[in-house]
Ligand binder design. Sequence first.
Ligand code: CA
Length: 255
Amino acid sequence: MDHPVSLRRNIPALQYHGQNPTDSARVHKRILIVEDETSIREMIAFALRKADMEAMQAADARAAQLAISEQVPDLILLDWMLPGMSGLELARRLRKEELSREIPIIMLTARGEEMDRVNGLEAGVDDYVVKPFSTRELLARIKAVLRRTHGDDGDGVVELGQLRIDGPAHRVFAGDNAVTIGPTEYRLLHFFMTHPERVYSRAQLLDHVWGGSVYVEERTVDVHIRRLRKTLEPWKLEDMVQTVRGSGYRFSASI
Ligand code: CA
């Protein structure tokens, strides 16, 4: 089935060429901090940056949703007690939305709120950190959750089958051979390798790889899928990129 050429979100055809300046060489994990207390938020942001992570900040649920729609974070630190919509309610909503369904969430709770862990688990929260916490403890939890959910704890090295991505060096290897790869194909491959064996639609790939604030046609995805396959061809790994008819693409180690 040939898919129709559709412009996303009815925004006029603003074609996007070349690299996304904020995303092209991104090797750092991007963490969204949702916390109404400025001092805590800034303390966490400081600690994250020192640990070579990117910090996005939001003071309430609404700001968090807006931030996520613009740039999908790798993980969300979510305060339980927020003005307006609670952290728990926000977690529930994020789990229902396509764009945010798979973003790991660590809940920040005050003592006494621990009783609500059950509710949190139901809402799809991945872990808890009880206030007051040390930034060291928080970073350890973040890395553990990232390792569990992304297969990568922030050191940036991801392996799947014969392929290995060295994030900090921005290099890809097939066995011992360095692979020459374009910037968009690199981001696409990085996303696939950290999310293998699952089917993603073109729209989902656009959101995750290109970013929700960038407007490109869905057929752009096909162009870069073709280039990625060509990139992997010399090592006979092109079949790792699998077309799932009517649905999208899947990256698989079993070929
Ligand atoms: Ca709070």
